[in-house]
Design a protein around this ligand. Structure first.
Ligand SMILES: Cc1cc2nc3c(=O)[nH]c(=O)nc-3n(C[C@H](O)[C@H](O)[C@H](O)COP(=O)(O)OP(=O)(O)OC[C@H]3O[C@@H](n4cnc5c(N)ncnc54)[C@H](O)[C@@H]3O)c2cc1C
Length: 432
């Protein structure tokens, strides 16, 4: 039996060492808990979505994925061999309950506005929070506060997103703009066809997504926390009190547990009474090292829906949404679509050079139908707290989640309203 309980401090087990688990763990530690993070892989390792995402920490990431009329675009996206979305017919049937909830969540602009307001609260302060953590972890160089740029073929194409712009404006989010000349000065290798960019001026990106997770784990350990290897399997209760988290190789005594296992959280959530609607929106990346051309800063190609970001030794092209069961084998053709977009965005990119290396990766976005994470007390006990389901925006929403979880763990009222994030909201179709 593993004895992690400390006499003086409350012991909290955080299940999952992705960006959400680590950010939560550090907040709980700052609040005086002894924290044990448990994960079968290494912090921010290849098994986690936090290893290979698009690197954006975007305070303007308020729009949910499901929007009115989106379904009309789906057949076109599926027919396009380099399109951003794919689901097989069989998986469509398998994931039907999630898909229906997803369509319902985006069935009116009123609903979308409500979700956007809630997402806004979860995105607020993300860059500042990560900057403070990065500094404490000696990793300030990994957080680049250079603004986030989305490039378009023309200003007219950007201007078609009128509804998005109105929602952002209503929340006080102002985007900057770059004309063709300014864009060229910022990104000399970008294809000439991109002549306009919108800019989230206070956005930032992680220049080493996996390294940042490792740095956070090291910071936690340097302050007396523990990061241990193991797969959490169940919770042990003594009446209403949480007694321990059981893993495949140990039993960890604790007072509180936080479930932050990303897309893998569902079986454990069920053990504490919560049937959550969540699917893996699989995404892919290619990481290119040794190339002569590439981006100077992070950017999104709006037409390919891919993020291109400098990473150690080169750069990464990340994107794609493939809805499929979590245990299905990767379809590496989806990763190769990233190469197509890389070459289209950066025409001087020569992937044939002998020194060029390409690494392909697939990861699971833990996605709820309404684009909001699951944050709150479990149904079984206030000593098990959920912190998963951050979909496309885990790094961005991790800080607000961490602050809310720390408040819940201490019996305080969180600064943000967590009702929309309730694990119990999937019992009925959401009537926002
Ligand atoms: C291609 C792609 C691009 C993306 N781009 C962006 C972006 O630019 N900006 C952004 O904000 N977000 C982006 N995302 C989303 C982001 O990656 C996720 O929201 C985020 O990484 C989720 O973090 P997490 O900590 O919840 O989950 P993960 O990072 O997946 O971590 C979960 C951890 O739990 C562990 N675990 C699983 N089961 C157990 C168990 N039983 N016991 C213990 N541990 C367990 C896993 O091993 C894993 O380490 C992107 C995602 C993808 C795939």
């Amino acid at each position: 039996m593993r004895q992690a309980m400390s006499e003086a401090k409350r012991t909290t087990v955080v299940i999952g060492a992705g960006i959400v688990g680590l950010t939560v763990a550090l907040e709980l530690q700052a609040a005086g808990h002894h924290v044990v993070v448990v994960d079968p892989g290494s912090p921010g390792g290849r098994q986690s979505a936090s290893y290979g995402h698009g690197a954006w920490i975007n305070p303007a990431s308020v729009m949910p994925t499901s929007l009115p009329g989106l379904w009309k675009q789906v057949p076109g996206m599926m027919r396009d061999p380099v399109g951003p979305f794919y689901i097989s017919r069989l998986d469509m049937v398998r994931l039907l309950p999630w898909l229906l909830r997803f369509l319902w969540a985006g069935s009116s602009w009123t609903k979308v506005e409500t979700f956007a307001r809630q997402r806004f609260e979860l995105c607020k302060g993300a860059v500042e929070h990560h900057a403070a953590l990065a500094e404490a972890a000696g990793a300030s160089g990994m957080l680049r506060r250079e603004g986030l740029v989305t490039v378009f073929r023309s200003r007219e194409i950007f201007a078609r997103g009128k509804k998005d712009a109105a929602i952002r404006e209503s929340l006080g989010i102002q985007l900057g703009e770059l004309d063709a000349e300014a864009l060229r000065a910022r990104e000399p290798d970008l294809a000439d066809g991109y002549t306009f960019a919108s800019v989230v001026k206070d956005g930032a990106y992680l220049a080493d997504t996996a390294g940042y997770c490792r740095a956070l784990a090291a910071l936690l350990a340097s302050r007396g926390g523990e990061v241990i290897n193991g797969r959490a399997l169940d919770f042990e209760f003594d009446g209403d009190r949480l007694a321990a988290v059981r893993t495949d190789n140990s039993r960890i005594d604790c007072d509180t547990a936080v479930l932050a296992a990303g897309a893998h959280s569902l079986p454990l959530a069920r053990k504490v009474g919560d049937r959550v609607s969540m699917a893996s929106e699989r995404g892919y990346h290619v990481q290119i090292t040794g190339a002569a051309a590439g981006p100077r800063h992070s950017l999104i190609l709006s037409d390919g829906k891919v993020a291109i970001s400098p990473q150690p030794g080169g750069f990464r092209v990340a994107g794609q949404v493939e809805l499929a069961p979590i245990d299905k084998a990767p379809n590496w053709r989806r990763a190769d679509i990233m190469l197509h977009h890389a070459k289209r965005g950066i025409p001087a990119l020569d992937l044939g050079l002998p020194e060029v290396r390409i690494d392909r990766w697939m990861g699971h976005r833990p996605s709820t139908p309404d684009g909001l994470p699951v944050v709150g007390y479990s149904s079984r006990s206030r000593h098990v707290i959920h912190a998963f389901g951050h979909g496309h925006a885990g790094p961005t929403m991790a800080p607000a989640t961490a602050r809310a979880v720390a408040a819940l763990a201490q019996g305080r009222t969180p600064a943000i309203d967590l009702k929309p994030c309730s694990p119990r909201r999937f019992r009925w179709f959401n009537r926002a």
